[in-house]
Design a protein around this ligand. Structure first.
Ligand code: GSH
Length: 229
């Protein structure tokens, strides 16, 4: 198997969506060779018919999109530990995936967008700046300059997450499943590129949970250079 991942400066793997695919593979006990791809190096994944990462190759099969990859692994490796637990779990995981894309990731990126830029490969920086400034209608510096307010909005968005993790050890309840990996990907993205504290200290159940997810699979999330904030 081959997993094409977004890579930044010094081969830093910070992409939230690629982290999900990594964790999904580890959960299934599957090994994949990882292939670094830069933002402006998209011809490497042209055979997937689109330009986003991650992309998974499994023999002849080529699967793009982290949600599709998780679904593929669940079906193709049904004899391995389940990523969703049940059809109902799969349904609820879709909600978590959508919530992360619509609410969590936009709230996080506003706090760290210039830090991401600083960790993108120098050859990709102009592309990153141009596409993101067009998306937000502001300069990267202007967006990140408002991070104190953005952090307040993020705290509000994190309320259901904190309340859930106060009541149970994992987002999925008694054991970690794909929803834990979806949300972890977003926090891992932030701590790979930024020392800005988007979560609280030792007493924050969110931090404690994030550190437990990072420690899974022989410390899968701890084997990369991180700021640890
Ligand atoms: N829905 C897709 C989103 C993938 C995505 O946005 N990937 C980003 C990296 S985190 C990407 O490849 N960006 C390349 C670009 O913006 O050109 C998924 O879940 O895999």
């Amino acid at each position: 198997m081959r997993l094409y991942e977004l890579a930044g400066r010094d081969d830093l793997r910070f992409s939230p969506h690629c982290w999900r695919a990594r964790l999904a593979l580890a959960h299934k006990g599957l090994e994949a060779e990882t292939v670094p791809v830069r933002f402006t190096d998209k011809q490497v994944i042209a055979h997937s018919g689109q330009g986003m990462l991650p992309v998974l190759e499994d023999g002849e099969r080529v699967i793009a999109d982290s949600w599709a990859i998780a679904g593929y692994l669940e079906d193709a490796y049904a004899d391995r530990p389940s990523l969703f637990g049940s059809a109902e779990g799969h349904g609820l995981a879709r909600f978590v995936n959508t919530w992360s894309a619509a609410t969590l990731q936009p709230a996080i990126i506003r706090c760290i967008i210039k830090d991401i830029y600083d960790h993108v490969d120098p050859a990709d920086q102009a592309y990153f700046r141009e596409t993101r400034e067009a998306r937000f209608g502001k300069s990267l510096d202007e967006i990140q300059a408002g991070r104190a307010q953005h952090a307040e909005a993020l705290t509000a968005a994190l309320l259901p997450l904190r309340a859930t993790l106060k009541a149970q050890p994992w987002l999925s309840g008694p054991a970690p499943l794909y929803p834990d990996y979806i949300v972890f990907g977003a926090f891992q993205w932030a701590r790979c590129v930024s020392d800005f504290a988007i979560i609280g200290g030792e007493e924050d159940p969110l931090r404690e949970w994030r550190d437990r997810v990072a420690a899974l699979f022989d410390g899968i999330g701890d084997r990369v250079a991180c700021y640890g904030a």
